[in-house]
Structure formats: structure tokens, C-alpha cells
Design a protein around this ligand. Structure first.
Ligand code: CP
Length: 311
């Protein structure tokens, strides 16, 4: 695996899930593999799970880890040919090559600005590191994808499936801030490649892109989508038009224990209680959110192991 910036960089998803579950059964069984190797993680945005789970994953493989909050560093320039007479102090062309001298793998977290759709779709920060770094790059969540989360979600689905062709519903939920489409997009990409019946539910105007959802039933009626669900994945995302706006007027799309029924509940976290989902769901026995967060370790550990073995 040269880079990991999309769930599609994993060619055989079920085989990868099996291998991740082997790692989970004995996390330190490959603790010599990463000896003398270093993971450098660059955070342009905050994190709890991604930072800590990826650090644990690297330590399980014997790697050393260095973390840089990029706001503590020089502000980087990403445009080719720019005259750097304003606020940026260092170009990514130098920065990525320098960090590659210190790192065997580079992880980058860089959210979208949610102001310019075309600019966000270019995922300029992660793509620039892929272009100029001389070591593998892992997306720790980019402008359009969160592949480590999606792989952890795939592991969680496999672990908790009780019958064949389980019904998985991805439903939009309200949120006071505009959020990216990275998590729902990567979740859809993962589940499309698995043996589940996927449905999507969202209010009108929150379509996720025809190429992504082609062939998947999409409902504007949340109740209808939730009928007979085995897994309910709840996530807010902001619309493509007007891009990055906050959608109001759908507070009743909050997930409740009543709506959840007998299904198992999933969310990538962090989650706003009693806005996105009510307490009774998160505190109930059908919630898988802590399992998903635990599986973030083995998602990252699988990817790092692949990179250490296949370089
Ligand atoms: N789910 C997730 O990526 O969590 P963090 O933003 O805390 O890393």
C-alpha cells in the first residue's frame, strides 16, 4: 500500500477486516515490525480518537510517533508558483520533503474549508503531501474522505452482524454547525463493497452525489428508511448547495430509542447529545460507538502494517 487516502485503497475489504481482527486478538504480535520506524502525524484540525488510536496502533507495531499540531508550526503554502509575500512562511514542497527525512510514514488531518466546493474536492493539503513526500501518506481525515473511520466501521459491522444481508441505514441528523461529507461518503464507499443492504435517509436538498449513491435506495422519509433496520449509522453532513450551509428545520431527525427500535446504533464520534441522538440511545446496550472507537486502533494498525511490510 503506497498511500492510504481512500477506503478503496484496500483492495480486498473482507480479507482486510479478517486481518484487522487478528491484530485485535493480540495487538502486540507484530511489535518488532515497526522497530526503528517513525510515524509523524500532522494535525491541521483537532482530534481525540484519530490522534490517540493511531498513536496506539503505531506503538503496538513498535513504531515511534511524533505529532505536530500544524498551528504551532510555520503556516504552509500549497499553491504552485505563488509569490509568498503574505502570511505563508514555508512551501509544502520543502516541508513534505523535510518531514519525509524524519518519518517512515506521514499522517495528515486536514478538514475542508466548506466555502468553495471545487477547492475542497481537490483535497489540496493531503494531495500535496502525497505528491511531495517521499514516504507513504495516510489520511487522518481529509476534505472528502475519512478512510480510517470507514475501515473501523467495516470491522464493527462484521463483528456485530447477526444475519446475512443485514439492513444498514445511514441517516442524516441535525447539527448546529456545518459538517463535511467525508464520514458519510467513506461509509457509503465501504458498505457498497460489503454484503449489506444499504439505505440512505436525509431531508430534501442533502443529496450526497449521484456517483456515490447510484443504486442505493434514498429516502426523504426517515421512518420508512428505518423499517426493519439492523444497523443505524447517524451522521450530520452539510449540503452541496448552498455549499457548507447549516440546514435548519429538521430537529425531528434526531435519533431516538423509539426510532432505533431493535437496531444497533453507530456514530463515528464526537457526537452532540440530545441534538444528533438522545441520551437513551447512547447510554443503551444497542450503541456500538465505543466499539467503533476501539476499532479505530486496528483500522490504523492494519494500514500501518501494510505500509511497513510492502514498502
Ligand atoms: N471519529 C474521529 O475521527 O474522531 P476524532 O475527530 O476525535 O479524531
Amino acid at each position: 500500500m503506497k498511500h492510504y487516502t481512500s477506503i478503496d485503497d484496500i483492495t480486498d475489504l473482507y480479507k482486510a477486516v479478517s486481518e484487522a481482527l487478528v491484530l485485535k486478538s493480540n495487538p502486540r504480535q507484530f511489535s518488532d515490525l515497526g522497530k526503528g520506524k517513525r510515524l509523524v502525524m500532522l494535525f491541521f484540525n483537532p482530534s481525540l480518537r484519530t490522534r490517540l488510536s493511531t498513536e496506539v496502533a503505531a506503538a503496538n507495531l513498535g513504531m515511534e510517533v511524533t505529532v505536530l499540531n500544524v498551528t504551532d508550526s510555520w503556516s504552509l503554502e500549497f499553491d504552485d508558483g505563488s509569490t509568498m509575500n503574505l502570511n505563508t512562511s514555508e512551501h509544502v514542497k520543502e516541508a513534505a520533503r523535510v518531514i519525509s527525512l524524519y518519518a517512515d510514514v506521514i499522517g495528515v488531518r486536514a478538514f475542508p474549508g466548506l466555502k468553495d466546493k471545487q477547492e475542497d474536492e481537490e483535497d489540496k493539503i493531503i494531495r500535496s503531501f502525497m505528491k511531495h513526500a517521499t514516504v507513504p501518506v495516510i489520511s487522518l481525515e481529509g476534505a472528502t474522505a475519512h478512510p480510517l473511520q470507514a475501515f473501523a466501521d467495516a470491522i464493527t459491522l462484521v463483528e456485530n452482524t447477526k444475519r446475512s444481508r443485514s439492513k444498514v441505514v445511514l441517516t442524516w441528523a441535525p447539527h448546529p454547525k456545518a459538517l463535511p461529507q467525508a464520514v458519510p461518503s467513506s461509509f457509503i464507499r465501504a458498505v457498497k463493497r460489503m454484503e449489506f443492504d444499504l439505505r440512505i435517509a436525509h431531508p430534501p436538498g442533502l443529496e450526497l452525489g449521484h456517483d456515490l449513491t447510484d443504486g442505493i435506495p434514498v429516502f426523504n422519509d426517515q421512518g420508512k428508511a428505518l423499517e426493519d433496520a439492523d444497523f443505524v449509522y447517524v451522521k450530520n453532513w452539510s449540503p452541496s448547495d448552498p455549499y457548507g450551509s447549516v440546514v435548519k428545520g429538521f430537529d425531528d431527525w434526531i435519533m431516538t430509542a423509539d426510532k432505533l427500535g431493535k437496531a444497533q446504533f453507530m456514530h463515528c464520534l464526537p457526537v452532540r447529545r440530545n441534538v444528533v441522538v438522545e441520551d437513551a440511545v447512547l447510554d443503551g446496550t444497542q450503541s456500538l460507538v465505543i466499539d467503533q472507537s476501539e476499532n479505530r486502533i486496528y483500522s490504523a494498525q492494519y494500514v500501518l502494517k501494510e505500509m511497513l511490510e510492502k514498502r
